[in-house]
Design a protein around this ligand. Structure first.
Ligand code: GRF
Length: 222
């Protein structure tokens, strides 16, 4: 059975959605870089092992990544699932995990990498926004796209309203991606080579709310 370790830094609502989805996979542990992350309590309540690797306890990014990698490898996961993990990881860390790290980002990448995505989407005047699950590579928020969920940007949206609409889709998207890895429909790559990753997975856009009627915007699982 597919095994994963989930990394969080805070609220952990995506992690909770993954746990609640009762997927055919084993969540071996939830690891946070902050002891105060409320998601840790949710994981413990669900009976999932939790660990804290506090980034403030290490003198450098490299030292933290080393400690994090050691903790992750104790569990020998097939995939490392970043779910609101707010630390930039070193290229060495990602390389040592052979490309087996995935992340969810609250925008339709390659638009709006980085922070404050909802605010920036509104300011840019885009009519469609969303979330992306992608492989993690050394370049922040630029790894090969695995799946996306789109939502409309509505007149009068503020960042919070838009974030709420996107987050609801994230909670569907991430469990669905993991279900597809668990079934073998999506291949787990062995090397952090973007060209290999790109050919390993199809792109899909999942969106029950868009009204464009475009068949290409329908997900295979809907
Ligand atoms: C989500 O919006 C996710 O896309 C981003 O950080 C947020 C985490 O939220 N990477 P949560 O901790 O899963 O509730």
């Amino acid at each position: 059975m597919l095994s994963v370790v989930i990394l969080i830094s805070g609220r952990g609502s995506n992690m909770e959605a993954i746990l609640n989805a009762k997927l055919p996979l084993t969540v071996k542990a939830v690891i946070s870089n902050k002891a105060s992350a409320t998601g840790l309590q949710i994981a413990r309540a669900a009976g999932t092992e939790t660990r804290v690797v506090d980034h403030l306890a290490y003198p450098s990014r490299e030292a933290f990544d080393d400690a994090l990698l050691k903790t992750i490898t104790e569990y020998v996961p097939d995939l490392v699932v970043l779910a609101g993990f707010m630390r930039v990881l070193t290229a060495q860390f990602i390389d040592q995990l052979h490309g087996r790290v995935i992340n969810i980002h609250p925008s339709l990448l390659p638009s709006f990498p980085g922070l404050h995505t909802h605010q920036r989407a509104i300011e840019a005047g885009v009519k469609v926004h969303g979330a992306t699950v992608h492989f993690v590579t050394a370049q922040l928020d630029h790894g090969p796209i695995i799946a996306q969920a789109a939502v409309p940007v509505l007149a009068g949206d503020d960042p919070d309203a838009l974030a709420t609409r996107v987050l609801a889709q994230e909670h569907i998207l991430y469990p669905n991606v993991l279900r597809r890895f668990a079934s073998g429909e999506l291949a787990i790559p062995w090397r952090a080579d973007p060209s290999v990753l790109q050919s390993a997975v199809p792109r899909v856009v999942q969106d029950p709310t868009l009204t464009t009627g475009s068949a290409s915007l329908r997900a295979p699982w809907n």
